[in-house]
Design a protein around this ligand. Structure first.
Ligand code: HEM
Ligand code: HEM
Length: 225
């Protein structure tokens, strides 16, 4: 079983993830109606590029935008949640040992107590994000089963990874479940709203470009929107 889930199944999951993420990005670009802004976009590409980078960077910094500042507590939770979500699996010792064994290369690794703590903090943040969905009426009315499913898919590898790492109960059971939930995590990204993993960057770049060109590029031509 271990051979199968870390072999062919892992291959399939990673392929679907990488190809799926690229396809989502291409679909986003093809779905844009470039012709509406063709002239402005062609004339001011530098303003567009700067605007795109500025918008992405502002949103990746805690409190970097007005929306982040307006909800300080939620912002802290979302950042702890995402740092755990993205940094932990990449720099985890156990993952890098597998990578080295199978592929002959590995990334730099964080000490195990650090990744363990990041896993716990990420799970605590996820729990508070979940509770917030029910505590605030304005968020509760927008919450559907789909939101909960997506949140469950996002946290499942962390719960099972934590239980396996600490050898709680049957190690083999949690390890296999961990790998399977990690594969579901990867496959779900292109097909669910977890695709914001790539679409976040696409939409921020698009809006930043638009602002950069229309507020910067057109200035001085009596055309500042
Ligand atoms: C798909 C293939 C994957 C394999 C083969 C794999 C394998 C492993 C192994 C062997 C461990 C260590 C268990 C131990 O210490 O004995 C582990 C821990 C962990 N994995 Fe994975 N994993 C996979 C995917 C993922 C994914 C996609 C994520 C997150 C998105 C993830 C997050 C974690 C975390 C957070 C821990 C450690 C928890 C802790 O130390 O407290 N894994 N994984
Ligand atoms: C660098 C990549 C990513 C960025 C920039 C990003 C950004 C964001 C942002 C801005 C939000 C919305 C917060 C709000 O409601 O205002 C969000 C929510 C969320 N993200 Fe990500 N995300 C990234 C990657 C991921 C990944 C890889 C996953 C899981 C596979 C994920 C899972 C979630 C979940 C579950 C929520 C919803 C939390 C809730 O229930 O309210 N994100 N993300």
């Amino acid at each position: 079983m271990y051979e199968f889930v870390t072999g062919p199944l892992a291959w399939i999951a990673f392929l679907i993830f990488f190809i799926g993420v690229i396809v989502r990005a291409v679909m986003y670009i093809r779905g844009l109606r470039w012709n509406l802004d063709r002239v402005a976009y062609r004339e001011f590409p530098m303003y567009g590029f700067k605007g795109a980078v500025r918008s992405i960077v502002a949103w990746l910094i805690p409190f970097g935008t007005r929306a982040w500042r307006q909800n300080a507590g939620f912002t802290v939770l979302v950042f702890i949640f995402h740092i755990g979500l993205l940094v932990t699996p990449i720099f985890l010792l156990a993952h890098n040992l597998i990578l080295k064994e199978r592929w002959g290369f590995s990334f730099w690794t964080l000490p195990e107590p650090v990744t363990d703590l990041m896993t716990v903090l990420m799970l605590v943040a996820a729990l508070l994000i979940f509770l917030r969905r029910y505590a605030l009426p304005e968020v509760r009315i927008l919450t559907t089963g789909y939101d909960l499913l997506v949140l469950a898919i996002a946290v499942a590898p962390f719960i099972t990874g934590l239980l396996a790492y600490h050898h709680v109960g049957d190690y083999q059971f949690w390890l296999i479940l961990h790998i399977l939930s990690g594969e579901v995590w990867l496959i779900a990204i292109p097909f669910t709203k977890l695709s914001h993993f790539v679409l976040f960057f696409m939409s921020r770049a698009q809006l930043g470009m638009d602002f950069g060109i229309k507020r910067g590029g057109m200035k001085g031509r009596g055309m500042a929107w």
